[in-house]
Design a protein around this ligand. Structure first.
Ligand SMILES: [Zn+2]
Length: 260
């Protein structure tokens, strides 16, 4: 069976109070030189279902040394073309998830996926325009707004027979998660509700969440569901396991790699 899920690793970054994402390579850089910073990995996903070619969140949209978008190059390396993407599913619109929705082509911002519908939770779209946080860059959303390719969804629901969504809140007020079925597998994309496997092991409320207690509760709820239903979980900010099944024993959660 051909591989249907790909982690599109964009890089690791430090981010401080300015909300700027600065590339961080542990072999060259020193964490001590970046005080009061959070260190994160960023990886969108590409998923081929029976009917769609999906991109799940879009990363920062940074270019490689050749001036090509890392996200585009990763999709090409996976054997697909960015113009073949049918839907871009967005958990929320913070910059580390939305920067790659558009790219700079000869000085002009254009959609990174010219033939895709971009699926966004309505409350998150409104927040992006009304919230003054530096996490939202409206120049990205203006391009999408004008394209006619924006699809706004509300609350929980079914987008297609393969794709459903749930409004979770927690990380931001209108964060959503996606459930996606292929012929053989069931995928769960939790965005920043389940950003890395380790977050199921350390039970803390995180400062960067809009509602830290709710985010913590939701992590554990989805962790348990993932075990029970044998979901394949996609971890957007993981530094080691991007794609894994979640298991649980007497000690707690553990993770099982997926092999293709
Ligand atoms: Zn994030």
């Amino acid at each position: 069976m051909p591989q249907e899920i790909f982690a599109l690793f964009e890089g690791s970054y430090s981010v401080d109070v300015t909300k700027k994402f600065i590339p961080f390579d542990a072999s060259v850089h020193n964490k001590a030189d970046r005080p009061a910073s959070l260190f994160i990995y960023v990886q969108p996903f590409l998923l081929k279902t029976a009917n769609e070619l999906l991109v799940l969140d879009t990363g920062l949209g940074y270019n490689n040394d050749n001036g090509d978008m890392v996200l585009h190059q990763n999709i090409i390396n996976a054997g697909y073309n960015p113009s073949d993407v049918t839907k871009v599913l967005m958990t929320h619109l913070h910059y580390d998830h939305s920067g790659g929705m558009v790219y700079n082509r000869n000085g002009k911002l254009e959609l990174s996926f010219p033939n895709a519908e971009y699926v966004v939770q309505r409350g998150e779209w409104e927040t992006a325009y009304s919230n003054t946080s530096k996490s939202y860059r409206t120049e990205i959303f203006d391009v999408l707004q004008r394209s006619g390719q924006l699809v706004l969804i509300d609350g929980d629901g079914v987008l297609t027979p393969e794709i459903s969504y749930e409004l979770t809140g927690g990380h931001c007020e209108f964060h959503q998660v996606f459930h996606i079925k292929t012929n053989d597998n069931y995928y769960f994309f939790g965005g920043d509700i389940l950003p890395e496997p380790q977050q199921l092991l350390k039970k803390f409320a995180a400062k960067y969440d809009f509602d830290g207690r709710k985010a913590l509760e939701l992590r554990l709820v989805y962790g348990d569901k993932a075990v029970e239903k044998n979901w394949i979980c996609l971890f957007y900010h993981s530094d080691n396991k991007a794609i894994a099944r979640v298991k649980k024993n007497e000690v707690g959660f553990y993770f099982e790699d997926i092999y293709f």
